[in-house]
Design a protein around this ligand. Structure first.
Ligand code: IPM
Ligand code: MN
Length: 369
């Protein structure tokens, strides 16, 4: 095939391997039936990397990540590694790869599928048709700011500190991602900050305002993060694109995810800057974690990872038709009433991880025939 691209698979921990196995089946199908052909390499990250090599982000993994056209990750973390020193916990692997590849823009869509409105903990009229995009800054803010640490005081007590920093250019580049995206959606950006308390976010707000004239068709508004959390559960449909700092985005995206009924349904993309060759580092992963309690039991919902793969096709390779194929297959499966345990409702059919994969392939075969 002419357009062979390099994909890096990082299954990681817990349910990571099981859900990625289902994506692999979708990719194999596409290799045979469609134009796209990927060269897939697999490496270790997180707890499995600690077990095999002593560190959560081995050199080989980082090298492979830098040499790939796109990365698909499962999940990292689990109780087995929680007691390890902070510096080598599985999460450091994920934070490390984000930082090393400069994946500053984290796109977290929260989309309510019609067939799943009943799975949301909110009333149907509040979430039906919900389609919002949280754009979270991912390589700056309090997650990475210096100084950071815990000092021991002369009296033996301790003082812990982390620093919330953003430069103008960091705010502008994430702001542009959000404003551009809104232009392809419903032309609204809500920038979330804590400008009534934190100076850094006063500046964040000013920088966002400064960008606004470049995007005359996009309506820019601002909201404090506490209010935004409340509005997300009160009337989430008021939002189109939400742009915010690393930590606020971490929290708000979990909240937005739950509006949709299941974390098991949500994909995400983390994008870097386009380089001089037109390449853009990109990592795709489900929003859910490694779910150690159900790992290895063929119970996990593979749909978030499968949808992450369709985001990969859309954002990294502009393969819109293939991405739509997968998304439509997911919608149809849900309308048919197939559910993994996390989104199960009375009267529907509970299936395993693998059966969900079978169902996706069946749908794809129908469309292709
Ligand atoms: C996320 C996760 C990570 C984060 C953890 C695992 C480091 O919660 O991707 O939202 O806080 O960014
Ligand atoms: Mn999180």
């Amino acid at each position: 095939m002419s357009n062979q691209k390099k994909l890096l698979f990082l299954p990681g921990d817990g349910i990571g391997a099981e859900v990625m196995a289902q994506v692999k089946r979708v990719i194999d199908w596409m290799d045979q039936k469609r134009s796209v052909n990927f060269d897939i390499q697999e490496e270790l990250i997180g707890g499995v990397a600690i077990d095999a090599k002593g560190v959560p982000l081995p050199e080989e993994t980082l090298e492979a990540a830098k040499n790939s056209d796109a990365i698909l990750m499962g999940a990292v973390g689990g109780p087995k590694w929680e007691k390890l020193p902070f510096e080598i916990q599985p999460e450091r692997g994920l934070l490390g790869i984000r930082k090393e590849l400069g994946l500053f823009a984290n796109l977290r869509p929260a989309l309510v599928f019609d067939a799943l409105v009943g799975a949301s903990s909110l009333k149907e009229n509040i979430v039906k048709g919900l389609d919002i995009m949280i754009v979270r800054e991912l390589t700056g803010g309090i997650y990475f700011g210096e100084p950071r640490g815990v000092d021991v005081n002369p009296d033996g007590s301790k003082t812990g500190y982390n620093t919330l920093t953003y430069s103008s250019s960091e705010v502008q580049r994430i702001g542009r991602v959000a404003l551009d995206l809104a232009g392809k959606r419903n032309n609204k950006v809500c920038s979330v900050d804590k400008a009534n308390v934190l100076e850094t976010t006063v500046m964040w707000r000013e920088e966002m305002e400064g960008l606004s004239p470049e995007y005359p068709n996009v309506e820019l508004s601002h909201m404090y993060v506490d209010n935004a959390a409340m509005q997300l559960v009160r009337d989430p449909k008021q939002f189109d694109v939400v742009v915010t700092t690393n930590m606020f985005g971490d929290i708000l995206s979990d909240c937005a995810a739950m509006l949709t009924g299941s974390l098991g349904m949500l994909p995400s993309a983390s994008l870097g800057e386009v380089d001089s060759n037109g390449n853009r580092p990109a990592l795709y992963e489900p929003v859910h974690g490694s779910a150690p309690d159900i790992a290895g039991k063929n119970l996990a919902n593979p749909l978030a990872t499968i949808l992450s793969y369709s985001m990969l096709l859309r954002y990294s390779f502009d393969l819109v038709e293939d991405a739509n194929l997968i998304e439509n297959a997911v919608k149809e499966i849900l309308s048919d009433g197939l559910r993994t345990g996390d989104i199960m409702e009375d009267g529907l059919t509970q299936v395993t991880t693998e059966q969900m994969g079978d169902a996706i392939l069946e749908k794809l075969n129908v469309v292709a025939s």
